[in-house]
Ligand binder design. Sequence first.
Ligand code: IPT
Length: 984
Amino acid sequence: MIYHEDPRMLHIGTLPDHAYFIPFGKDQDAFAARVNSQYFELLDGEWDFSYYDSIIDIPDDFTDMQKCKSIPVPSNWQLNGYDKAQYTNINYPIPYEPPYVPDDIPVGVYSREYNYTPDGLRRILCLEGVDSCLYLYVNGVFAGYSQVSHHTSEFDITDLLHEGTNRLTVAVLKWCDGTYLEDQDKFRLSGIFRDVYMLSRPEKRLLNFRITAEPDSTFTNGVFRVSVEGSSAKIRLYDGKTLICEGDVSEDKPFECEVTDVKLWSAESPYLYSLEIETESELISEKVGFRKVEITDGIFKLNGKHIKLLGVNRHDSYPDTGYYADREKMLRDLTLMKRNNINAVRTSHYPNAPEFYAMCDELGLYVIDEADLETHGCVNVYNDLKWSAENAYNGIALIAKDPLFREAILDRERLLVSRDVNHPCVVIWSLGNESGYGENLREAAKLIKSLDSTRPVHYESTHKLDNTSDDVLDMVSEMYTSPDDIRKFLEREDEKRPFILCEYCHAMGNGPGDLETYHELFMESDRLMGGLVWEWADHAVILGYTADGKPEYGYGGDSGERHDDGNFCMDALCYPDRKPHTGLAEVKQVYRPVRVTRISADRFAVKNLLRFIDAGEYLTCSWEITYDGGKAASGSIDFSAEPMGCAEITIPEAAQSFERDAYIRFIFTAKNGYSVFEDGEEVCFDQIKIFTVEKKTVIFAGKAPEFTETPLRYEITAGDIRYVFNRRTAQFDAISKNGRDLLAKPMEYNFFRAPVDNDIMKNDWYSAHLNDYVTKVYETNISAEDGCAVIRVKQSFGWSIYQPFAKMTAEYRIGSGGELDIKCNSEFSNKVEFLPRFGLRLFVEKSFDTVEYYGYGENESYCDKHQGSYVGNFSAKIADMHEDYIRPQENGSHWGCTRMSVTNGNDTLAFSNPDGFSFSASEYTQEELAEKRHNFELVKCEHNVICADLAMAGVGSAACGPQLADKYRLPLPKISGRIKIVPN
Ligand code: IPT
């Protein structure tokens, strides 16, 4: 009975697959939560459990659970003290020798009692998710086998039950032949990870039903159809409480009715009707959404209109419950998506729990529903150790073309469609992920089309080892394609299908920095369907807890895995606990439903990017005009903008002149129950610069400050401010006010940042020693000029082996008020191809704990990641400015600042540059951030660290995506910069 090594034996003793539904009693509210059904018995809870490292060690009488422990169901055993979690992305966790798996397969034997009182009803045991396969025993007798982890297995076990206490035993194997088809990028966890329940149902019963609800060609009326299997029934369709049609349905005669003036379903307006199916003894409910998905002339449309999918990829992954997402967790994820203006979700890379889809129907999310299929590891199997051939990636298609796996692949597609077919939210079927292409996948697409002709089929991984045609796919899907390459796609004469980025803007660590670039591109052509950010939430395991009770999150390699893929699982918009990364604020803003542009001095256009509703009906628009230090005017304005239309509004106050640079910020808040937002909650904003003051060059006046000059130092005194310049290191050793030191260490040039995950070139920085340079000073001099003490320096920065990586000439001008104006010009060597930053680093005492700035806040901001921030006056405690990425890295910078000051309440160091600069203020050094693997290992510096950056590179998304665009890099080899520091 080795079904688990036979890809032709997939399900033994299971019931045929069908659309998900839960029967209720005839007098019950069939729309209530399923636990309320009299026919539903949830079997979650503590189960008896025995774990075996190897299937070979299992005793013959393993269903007799005498000396066992217990485990919560649903859960993953690796999170409950057995075995260990392994994070592997592409590589298979086992040797590749399909259909075999290692002899020593770890096994978890789950068992519980079940009380049965015969009542004429069958008992159907349902397991919604078990990884990787299960052997079921009832009272010690084999009852069935099933695989496909993210799929419901149902067994009618009635004939094996006896009155009274029975024992259900589920032996779960960590690996089976299905493991070759489930090589998704995730922690590899095992066990019964979704709900288990028993349904009591009559022998003759409704087995399946299929809804179609489509609007007519003018989108006025709708045709509603239900077909059934197993039993005839009465059909009732309600609009709210109003019955709008009813009738009988039988296996030979589907029910059909017309719904006049039909209200359509869309993510923006997820209108649902209610269907009741009444059989002799059961009442079954389903929500019905009328909508039509189609692709015409290469354009993806919903209800006749082109829509953009602005989405995310979501895995079932929680640090506390592993693969188990209970209703509350699913709802929290989906609500948070909607709150961030996300309209689509791809169930990467397997079907989610059945209730997930009902939530997407209700909340309004377009779902790309993906089959439980990925064979990514083939790529490393097929290739030599040294990947050489240009199309080496095609090796991924090994299984895609292997007839041995044909039926197993088709099974996964069939299961996907049959379970979820009735959900309006599912707008696209996806064959799976990263499995290459071959006859098996072609057949899979054909199978889906034969099961459901109302939705297009998606698949990305068309790498092939033969010439199987992929014309059965309805769209061209790619991941991480550069904007330039997408433009090239649009120019192709031979390709008429629409294009989707099923994964883009890999949100690993501090990023992504290219969302807006992609979005602008999406808006250029209706052939572009949009994209789905990789990914929703960081995957983590909990390694322990800090003294104050916070979980210590671990990633690949932290569980002692045989092989792992490090922190590549920390690549998301949310932390594992769903606290948003700053990347999510970028998403919220880039995906905003309205965008404002300025037409003339006082006229603005509000473009409604929604396809189905008037933005003015759901959004209140208020505005404020601000400048550094204040607010000039504010107000609110009514507007009406039909779907994809534009409203022109007038704000006379925007036409005035100001004494400083001024900005108008439009803030849109929800009204009339927009989406999941509370009325009054901010949905998005738009900020536009409306006035730019001509920049004046600072002219120093008055008498130059006093200075003294010795071979090793200059000392400059301007009133109560004193500077000590070290001629040997070319650094300011001290800046003091009234004898109080403002610096805790000499001020230094800074060319390094703690690499963000996207800084894939970081090794070059270490080779050049940007992080720990030595300096050579060629020349220093000081003179009194134009009312200033002026120090001029020529120096270089370098290390051993190579020539200096940079040469610099700098000029420091100290005015009579004690202000220091720094100008520097540098030229970098050929050893620096990418410079992360060009700036100054200062260490100040801990008492300097507060920062004020005028620039992009209050989220961290970078030249390419500032959509979720806006220009304003902000103040913050340094302790709160750290963005706590699990693998520590550069964070908390603020871009586009014209001024910033750090203070201890008494003394202040103020930085300014009218052309803008970036800064960060942190309790951690970049060395500490670069060195530690986890946030919980970070040790605070004894000082606060202020980085004033004349330039800071963008963050991009290159960890798995295009290289950082040139415009977000520092110009090399020559860089110059300027900044003013005023101590007071
Ligand atoms: C792509 C995978 O589809 C996804 O599961 C995830 O691994 C992502 O990459 C990276 O985090 S595949 C990759 C080889 C482009």
